[in-house]
Design a protein around this ligand. Structure first.
Ligand SMILES: N[C@@H](CCC(=O)N[C@@H](CS)C(=O)NCC(=O)O)C(=O)O
Length: 204
């Protein structure tokens, strides 16, 4: 059975958990308290030298880190990743956008404000930069969702799973979704997919 090393409120962990659940793949979830440094131990570095969750561990002990790589590995051959080369590249385009433009801003603001307990004053200029760049990423996503029900080929895929993770909790980082009607209706479409599981937002 797969092992998923996760910090439960992490969107990067949640993406993998949601996909595993929707694939019907049994897995053991192993919580790692990143706030207590549990991802920075010698044992953990042996699994991921980058000291970060999520990690997927296979039965033979091989480990895979980076949520994008894990999603890609798990979704291969399933309905959540198209076969067509162009459509696969479009999925990858959204995964890369999430990791470069959305997650580093929306997720980072959320993490430091909600989980690491920093104030807006303490975060200062950094928070301003995350908010501006995160708002731009959310605006782009909203525009893209104006013409399609799901991000690639109108079919629910790992592109939607990946972007959903931090977008639907963006308000935790001080981002407003009120004027992003396309995102709000897409969030409801994602939530209505079969075997959807919600994200844990309070832990432990
Ligand atoms: N690009 C990575 C980011 C992983 C990441 O930043 N993980 C964070 C939690 S979401 C973490 O483990 N932080 C703990 C630490 O850096 O010590 C992914 O998508 O998996």
């Amino acid at each position: 059975m797969y092992k998923l090393y996760e910090y439960p409120p992490s969107g990067n962990s949640y993406k993998v958990k949601l996909l595993l659940t929707q694939l019907g793949r049994p897995f053991e979830a192993i919580p790692v308290d990143i706030l207590k440094g549990e991802s920075r131990t010698p044992e953990f570095y042996a699994k991921n030298p980058n000291g970060r969750i999520p990690i997927l561990e296979l039965d033979d002990g091989r480990t895979l880190s980076e949520s994008t790589a894990i999603l890609w590995f798990l979704a291969d051959g399933s309905q959540f990743l198209p076969d067509d080369a162009w459509l696969r590249a479009k999925v990858l385009q959204w995964l890369a956008f999430e990791q470069y433009s959305l997650e580093p801003n929306v997720a980072t603001a959320r993490f430091w404000l909600k989980y690491a307990g920093k104030s807006q004053e303490e975060l200062g200029e950094r928070l301003k930069i995350w908010r501006e760049a995160g708002a731009a990423a959310l605006a782009l996503l909203d525009e893209a969702l104006g013409t399609t029900r799901f991000l690639v080929n109108d079919q629910y895929s790992i592109a939607d799973i990946c972007l959903f993770a931090y977008t639907h909790v963006a308000e935790d980082g001080g981002f407003s979704l009120l004027h992003h009607a396309n995102i709000l209706s897409w969030i409801e479409r994602v939530r209505s997919q079969s075997d959807f599981v919600p994200m844990v937002t309070r832990w432990p």
